[in-house]
Write a protein that binds this ligand. Structure first.
Ligand code: MF3
Ligand code: CO
Ligand code: CO
Length: 294
């Protein structure tokens, strides 16, 4: 029964690790403490972009499969099995499994959980929202996306938060063009979120992705100017993944989120509900192409 008396999420029971066939290639960090420092580029040639698109499509198909199974009563561990089996059936590796010790093949973040929720025996309840974040690794590259789903019927303000967060990602993507500064992305997202009085999480960001799960390139979801003035280039591959909340606005230096004792789950301090959407994209001459479509 992983909810407390007030209905807030608490840690549940995590099932044993799911196996991945030995024939499937692992990212370099699996079985190690963490990834080696990434020394490559965030700019990829077209053939490498093709491979990221293939990994992204597998991750997107896994999200579709999980989304179709979402209903009151199902556990996040059952959803994780669906994601795991689909990824592995495509000869890909679920990038989160064994990443810095993360034990599962997807992140499942419910209601006040911002991100990095661990699949466990928590059962979904009518009116919940759940973010599913999946990354697939194949042919040496990762594709990373997430979506937030309604469980049954959600409250109107919660439904609006989810819709507006999806749109905030769309606005961030539209802001991308070669020659612009990275900080234009967060400016577009934050100004849209502010219209509705939502909080924007600052401490978790988009990131370069491809040969590395997290390359070191950081994409803020708030207006970070004059910082993050690096110019966007054709062929750059990165994620945008805004997290918006119904609660207090997060200010620089303040800690309005907390991490559970499991060392992963990140939740709002005020327990306000939060939504997130993510795509991996490549910068083109005209703007972007999303690489995480099914
Ligand atoms: N997929 C997440 C992201 O969007 C990262 C999850 S790392 C994990 O960057 F270890 F929590 F799984
Ligand atoms: Co990501
Ligand atoms: Co992700």
């Amino acid at each position: 029964m992983p909810r407390d008396a007030l209905g807030h999420l608490v840690a549940g029971r995590i099932s044993p690790a799911r196996p991945v066939p030995a024939s499937i290639a692992r990212p370099e960090y699996v079985g190690r403490q963490g990834p080696s420092p990434f020394t490559g580029s965030d700019v990829y040639p077209p053939q490498a972009v093709d491979r990221i698109r293939q990994s992204g499509a597998i991750a997107a198909q896994a999200i579709d499969a999980v989304g179709a199974a979402i209903r009151p009563g199902i556990t996040t561990d059952e959803l994780d099995k669906i994601a795991h089996d689909l990824i592995v059936s495509h000869g890909a590796y679920p990038s989160t499994l064994g990443y810095r010790g993360f034990p599962k093949s997807s992140c499942t973040s419910i209601n006040e959980v911002i991100c990095h929720g661990i699949p466990d025996d928590t059962e979904l309840i009518d009116g919940d929202i759940i973010n599913i974040d999946i990354t697939a690794f194949k042919n040496g590259v990762h594709g990373d996306l997430n979506r937030t789903f309604l469980v049954g019927e959600a409250a109107p303000d919660v439904t609006a938060l989810v819709d507006h967060t999806r749109e905030a990602l769309a606005r961030g993507i539209k802001a991308v063009a070669p020659g612009r500064q990275i900080n234009v992305i967060g400016r577009a997202i934050e100004s849209y979120a502010r219209r509705f009085g939502y909080g924007v999480i600052r401490d978790y960001t988009g990131h370069g992705v491809g040969e590395a799960f997290h390359s070191g390139l950081v994409i803020p979801h708030y207006d970070a100017a004059p910082d993050f003035d690096q110019l966007i280039e054709v062929g750059m591959v990165f994620t945008i993944e805004p997290m918006l909340t119904l609660g207090t606005v997060e200010h620089p230096g303040s800690i309005e989120w907390e991490q559970w004792d499991d060392d992963w789950t990140v939740a709002t301090r005020d327990k306000s509900w939060t939504a997130q959407f993510e795509h991996t994209l490549v910068v083109t001459e005209r703007g972007t192409e999303i690489l995480t479509l099914p």
